[in-house]
Write a protein that binds this ligand. Structure first.
Ligand code: DAH
Length: 366
């Protein structure tokens, strides 16, 4: 009996009917597996007369090849269909608006901090932080403002109840205590001893008993601190001049370094920038008026000593400015109190796109 046509027809029909890879594999096993029908034919070879074996073997092999080829073709089709179905199911409409145009805006404070990070980050500064509730030592004593020193009266402090161990605490009146916290860090000391330089900016909240159009009980400052072996006032000037040009996005800014007094710096200078008020509108970088924007100076040797840094080896410069103040100047915001009114109309007017982060190459503000 010649089983070939039946086995062939049934195998090919089963292959055609297989709807997925698993069904197809079952067909393969049923035909070509160890106890498959095609394999079964081969097993009958031994029982045949010698002169028929060669031709029979060739027919079985031809059938095996044909079934294998049909399996491959079907497998290719099924795989292709599965992939198409998957792509269809996971289809993404790239034309859909995935960036809702203005779903939210950045507050000018956040924007200004991002801009400060872009400018100072480019000069090699990193970000440092400290607590809002500070102890009296970090806020004052470490910074060369001893207890009962008249300089303590320069800042109208919110005093808090002392800690359980008696430590007096305050809402920090400036970001300067983070200078001390950073210099006291053993890792920083090691880095300096290894020849490195400390360059930090400290953006953060600060608190004083004060409230009018240009003062609020809670406001923001950014502190800057650089400690190195051979740093001097020239570096401070260069750094601040670069900062002013970059931040105010003007090619040149006239700067005035006015001698001043801060307990934690010696010498100390307040920095004014040149501006004009033509037509009632403030323009930074030109004109005959001056606006104070920050305090700065060379870190006082007592401060270095208080923080365990040898002033005979290391020098430093520092600066501090009000974030609201430089935002008001740059963006023409007349009243500081409005920053915290949470008035939606104000926020929509002065807010910034959350999708464009400030960068020196792409532009700080757009
Ligand atoms: N901490 C000062 C203040 O709040 C600002 C300041 C002045 C910071 C001079 C400095 C500095 O680091 O060098 O009034």
């Amino acid at each position: 009996m010649d089983d070939f046509p039946t086995i062939r027809a049934e195998a090919l029909a089963a292959i055609e009917a297989a709807g997925d890879a698993r069904a197809l594999d079952a067909v393969r096993v049923a035909a070509l597996g160890k106890s498959g029908r095609v394999t079964g034919l081969m097993k009958t070879l031994g029982g045949l007369p010698a002169e028929e074996r060669k031709a029979f073997g060739a027919r079985v092999n031809a059938l095996k090849d044909e079934v294998s080829a049909a399996l491959d073709v079907r497998k290719g089709l099924l795989d292709g269909a599965a992939l198409t179905a998957r792509l269809e199911a996971e289809r993404v409409d790239v034309s859909l608006p995935v960036r809702p145009e203005r779903s939210g805006l950045l507050h000018p404070i956040g924007q200004t901090i991002d801009e400060l990070c872009a400018v100072f980050g480019d000069m090699g500064f990193t970000w440092a932080e400290g607590p809002d509730i500070e102890d009296d030592w970090h806020n004052f004593t470490a910074l060369n403002i001893p207890p009962d020193h008249p300089a303590r009266q320069m800042q109208d402090t919110f005093y808090l109840p002392p800690r359980a161990d008696g430590t007096p605490t305050v809402l920090r009146t400036h970001t300067s205590p983070v200078q001390a916290r950073t210099m006291l860090d053993p890792e920083v000391k090691k880095m300096l001893a290894d020849g490195g330089a400390l360059r930090i900016i400290v953006p953060g909240r600060t608190f004083r008993v004060d409230s009018d159009a240009t003062h609020a009980p809670m406001f923001h400052q950014v502190e800057g601190l650089v400690i190195e072996r051979a740093i001097h006032m020239g570096h401070l000037k260069g750094c601040l001049a670069d900062f002013c040009r970059a931040y105010f996005e003007v090619d040149s800014v006239p700067l005035k370094f006015r001698p001043s007094y801060f307990p934690f710096t010696e010498p100390s200078a307040e920095v004014d920038i040149g501006c004009s008020w033509k037509g009632g509108e403030l323009r930074i970088g030109a004109g005959d008026s001056w606006l104070e924007i920050l305090g700065s100076g060379m870190v006082h040797p007592n401060v270095l000593r208080n923080c365990g840094i040898d002033p005979d080896i290391y020098q430093g410069f520092a600066f501090g400015m009000g974030i609201e103040r430089i935002a008001m100047l740059k963006y023409g915001i007349p009243d500081l109190r409005t920053f915290y009114d949470s008035d939606l109309r104000w926020l929509r007017h002065y807010g910034f796109s959350a999708l464009e982060s400030p960068s020196l190459t792409g532009g700080l503000s757009r």
